[in-house]
Ligand binder design. Sequence first.
Ligand SMILES: Cc1cc2nc3c(=O)[nH]c(=O)nc-3n(C[C@H](O)[C@H](O)[C@H](O)COP(=O)(O)OP(=O)(O)OC[C@H]3O[C@@H](n4cnc5c(N)ncnc54)[C@H](O)[C@@H]3O)c2cc1C
Length: 342
Amino acid sequence: MLETGVRRRLLQLANVRLRERCDVVAPIFDRERGRVTGVRVKARGDAKDADVIEADLVVDASGRGSQSPVWLAALGYARPREETVKVGIGYMTRLFRRQPAELHGKTAAIIAACEPDWRFGAILAQEGDRWTVSLGGYLGDQVPGDESGYLEFARSLPTPEIYDVIASAEPLSPIIPYQFGANLRRHYEELAQFPEGYLVYGDAMCSFNPVYGQGMTTACVESLALRDCLAAGPRQLAKRFFRAASRLIDIPWQIAVGSDLQHPRVEGKRPAQVRFVNWYIANLFRAAQHDTTLAASFLEVANLMRQPSALLDPRIALRVWRGNRAPASAVKERRSLAAAAK
Ligand SMILES: Cc1cc2nc3c(=O)[nH]c(=O)nc-3n(C[C@H](O)[C@H](O)[C@H](O)COP(=O)(O)OP(=O)(O)OC[C@H]3O[C@@H](n4cnc5c(N)ncnc54)[C@H](O)[C@@H]3O)c2cc1C
């Protein structure tokens, strides 16, 4: 629904034209001027030679599989440094019929990955009286694709919200797999030379573990940064944009990678700050299960609406401390973040 709405709004803009089923083959580069002057495109299933679209500015928004590093290298530029943190996430998603009274009338529950087995799940209300349910595991802990295995996996999660709904809900789709290998960041801001008239954006620059739901949000704030950079004129556009984008990416990158590093088998450096933040967030999740203020505060930070320091506000810290004063056994049993969307 959201994507349809965004697409409709976009196509209402008088200066936007959509070329469907058409692949960008490569940017066109004017070596003398050191700038990109357009792209070569090829219609799918068409034997004709590639067409040319001329442009003052080309933005590579082709997602995680972006060919920009290869294209840049072919043009004689350095490739950006790539940072990866492997997570080997495997998701299985299924749609179910939704009854409004299920999940105590709430519209979402998110069970964050935590010890001992780092399994996670999300149940989200969708248009058309449906639930979309995703279950997942890290580093090869695959969710079974068959009916009973899927249900058993839901039962193995640390809290029962998802299992309680799907044990009796009517399935509306097959169980659909999705694999995600690694968080991937390409450091374009470090490049000393970059062609003029060319930028890289969104997942093509940085793609996060989707568990944290940050990719679209980050692409949105990058769009705002690009608007501001363009308003200041074309001079050194790439340098200014990549610097601004890098600052914006730092926060969601730290949230995603920092959280993934809670998993003992995820490889990466764990400085004291990361260890402290992870310890604190684990306590926040535990307390958030019964405290929607904490759940909402975490989601506001994860969705880039507030700075991470907001979670260290003394009022929030007090709620985290209070929420963890429950007897150890009860706390151990219930390690999830349940967020109620109102
Ligand atoms: C399972 C999952 C759940 C997610 N959940 C969330 C969430 O809850 N919240 C959130 O904010 N983000 C979420 N994300 C992340 C989000 O989907 C991405 O960050 C976002 O879609 C990135 O947008 P993009 O435009 O940069 O790239 P993409 O959405 O990947 O779009 C790139 C497009 O370019 C096209 N393309 C590629 N190469 C070419 C070419 N040569 N020529 C022409 N076209 C080309 C592709 O077909 C594609 O349509 C999730 C991701 C996944 C996988």
